[in-house]
Design a protein around this ligand. Sequence first.
Ligand code: PLP
Length: 368
Amino acid sequence: MLNKGRSEEELFTFFAETKNEDLDHDYIFSSMCTIPHSVAVRAHCMFMETNLGDPGLFPGTTALEKLLIKRFGDLFHCPDAGGYATSGGTESNIQALRLAKALRHDVAKPNVIVPASAHFSFKKACDILCLEIRKAPLTTDHRMDADRAAELIDKNTVALVGVAGTTEYGMVDPIADLAKIACQHDLFFHVDAAFGGMVIPFLNRPIPFDFTLRGVTTIAVDPHKMGMSTIPAGCLITRDKEILNTLNIDTPYLTVKQEYTLGGTRPGAPVAAALAVMDYLGVEGMKAVVAGCMKNTERLIAGMETIGIPRAATPDVNVATFVCEERRIPAPWKVSWTCRKHLRIVCMPHVHADRIEAFLRDIGDFNA
Ligand code: PLP
């Protein structure tokens, strides 16, 4: 720590210079986060000092968290759903598996079945929770092979996981088939919709992935991705309102005597921000945002194919992938690469149509 403090002006000059080193969103084509919506920023600033970890001190902010969970319960066709606001998909996935394990405490060597495409947060979760991770192979269209997943189930399986909107290829696993398998085996079924949860319900033809499917136990959804909230904002939504109480531990010095959350001190600001965006835009507004992102994804795929760069997959959500070598991408565009070395571009709300056209022009010229 500095011995003597710096002047505010000096400090913020330093911050401004340092922030300048960050990439310009105009060129960020690789991220599942985006520039927060203006109402999210306003709400975030309003709730900056609130701590959901001590709800008795912040009953108003706690009511907003409940309202946010209610919004997701309604959106995912389970008005009585439970859940809480997490720091993002990683925490939601950890907590879902922690819950699945706790519900089957009789199993000595528990395992979970995830698709080979699962986000690396499941590796962290299994590591922390001492769970064996079993990866089900994918079919040729990059979706979890439900039959192969079923073959991996044994008496020690405590959870099955499907992904609705995969990180790398933007695919939705066959959630309806997986939900049936979960019912047949009486298994905990977690759907990782960290990305797709704020896309799929707003598509012209929504793909079944939520609590309308009887076998779905929990859903992860991240407002800080397509929900255009401030970071960090995730949610773990549970079909059974009470099920998270299984994780309760005593918290003697707080205003509540027990908690099931992973974090202790939890920010209310991104929760208010997430709710602000949902209530400001409503379903109609979100449909317009998602329609724009999907249109841009389709335009990008068509434009790249015209240049001679074919798609690697036809995505369900706004993640486009291509068969393309790294050397073909000009600076300063920031794209990403999948494990299988495909070019990956996420058409987030900040990736406007004119940015897609600028990228296509640049890549066309660079490779001419
Ligand atoms: N699940 C999916 C499908 C994701 O795409 C991601 C991140 O991109 C995560 C989980 C992890 O989310 P976070 O980085 O917010 O912890």
